[in-house]
Ligand binder design. Structure first.
Ligand SMILES: C[S@@+](CC[C@H](N)C(=O)[O-])C[C@H]1O[C@@H](n2cnc3c(N)ncnc32)[C@H](O)[C@@H]1O
Length: 220
């Protein structure tokens, strides 16, 4: 089973974003796994007309929000099901959507970006030794890379397995992800030529769930 098929399967299980958030907005940016929680698009430092690239855009909710703020919004996702869902949901938005693998896109495009971001997206599911140099080449000087994902499980670092469940009669599908502690992410970014790298775990909102969100940011 290929990575593409795994993510197409995930797409069928993942509900679309709500039509409005708790503040009554029809588009918004969410870095975390919790609704109405955490910082917003300001993390990207984009100006109106700035170019933003979402690696693993999924159903496109964050990218659509950037489009409403006046960004040139470009989304990449390896799953055709995800890209189709994004195109259908946000058909009235000015967004360029590409069904392709993130590193392939970065290596083939001649475009450059003011911000590259990934929310539980391709940056989590691609070897950073291969992806970070490819991102840096496509960021304009001073541009921002920001990404979020679950924090690592203590002691489980580097390449890990993520499972996408199917029916009881079928084995789960497996995709690879890369987990590191915040300090190691900051080091990795610095080693790959980024500057001002910061990485922190945002606490979960009050309630029964305790796992926070790792948020990483650096400049090209
Ligand atoms: C957990 S979902 C998150 C989607 C979206 N960013 C969101 O916040 O809802 C991960 C997404 O990354 C995409 N993805 C995973 N690996 C990728 C890769 N190497 N290149 C492009 N897309 C990838 C998957 O198809 C999926 O849509």
């Amino acid at each position: 089973m290929s990575q593409t098929q795994a993510w197409d399967t995930y797409s069928k299980q993942k509900p679309e974003r709500r039509s409005t958030n708790a503040a009554g907005q029809s588009t918004w940016f969410n870095w975390t796994q919790y609704p109405d929680h955490g910082p917003g698009a300001e993390i990207l430092g984009l100006s109106v007309g700035g170019a933003a690239l979402d690696l693993g855009c999924g159903k496109g909710g964050n990218l659509a929000h950037l489009a409403t703020l006046g960004a040139q919004a470009v989304g990449v996702d390896v799953s055709l099901a995800q890209i189709k869902a994004a195109g259908a949901r946000w058909s009235d938005m000015q967004m360029a959507l590409h069904r392709t693998e993130a590193r392939c896109f970065l290596e083939e495009t001649g475009d450059s970006y003011d911000a590259v971001f990934s929310v539980f997206g391709a940056v989590w599911f691609t070897d950073p030794a291969l992806l970070l140099p490819a991102i840096r080449r496509r960021l304009r000087p001073g541009g921002v890379l920001a990404f979020s994902q679950r924090p690592p499980i203590e002691g489980c670092y580097g390449c890990q397995a993520s499972y996408i469940n199917r029916s009881e009669d079928e084995d789960p599908l497996v995709v690879k992800r890369w987990d590191y502690e915040p300090d190691r992410w900051a080091e990795l970014l610095t080693e790959h030529g980024f500057s001002a790298a910061t990485a922190r775990v945002l606490p979960a909102p009050p309630g029964p769930r305790k796992v926070g969100t790792l948020l990483v940011r650096a400049h090209a």
